[in-house]
Design a protein around this ligand. Sequence first.
Ligand SMILES: O=C[C@H](O)[C@H](O)[C@H](O)COP(=O)(O)O
Length: 233
Amino acid sequence: MASLESAKKLAAYKAVDLHVQNNSIVGVGSGSTVVYAVERLAERVKNEKLNVQCVPTSFQARQLIIQHRLHLTDLEIHPRLDVCIDGADEVDSTLTLIKGGGGCLLQEKIVASCAKELIIIADYTKNSQKLGEQYKKGIPIEVVPMAYLPIKTQIENQLGGTVELRMAKAKAGPVVTDNGNFILDWKNFQDYKWDTINTKLNLIPGVVETGLFVNMAKKAYFGLADGSVKEQI
Ligand SMILES: O=C[C@H](O)[C@H](O)[C@H](O)COP(=O)(O)O
């Protein structure tokens, strides 16, 4: 297995081993690292006969839960979760996150906000001092389709940087999220006070949610190239 993949797996397995117990209600994040977390969760449920209920944060997460024959639930049945385990595109020194590189951020933020703890799993390339240091694809912002252009203009004029409508790869036109919205990627931004910027962005009419997760993550596990796992709180 390539070192990046084994780093993801190490972080995911450690988080599931340390943060899931019998009777846990677990939020299942999205992305390539979470695949390993679900794999480990399924293994533990089978071997240890655990009773675990899983709340998905995306269509992909829902499919993973079903494929691994885990118990699928939702926020209507379980509005309070014990833990949410999710990946991230970048994590800074204060545990502020960029999420949404894979187009999933709205449901992730909702589910994480219902969990007692949000635990982040990632490989070593996601571990930064400041946002934008390593992740160059920008901060994802989910927007109502009809408003994408005025939102883009407003962000560029008021905050600087460049904002791009994310285009699909195997479809003509833009990426459409699980919620039927578009994604804007805000690039070349400066080093901001992210709490303030997140609030500012959320106040623009048509912005549904941002991929900035501020004061949400409790802990991050980074799989390293040498086979160890770094913990950040
Ligand atoms: O939109 C995707 C989610 O926010 C993912 O959690 C994030 O992009 C990290 O994904 P990966 O584990 O594939 O790097």
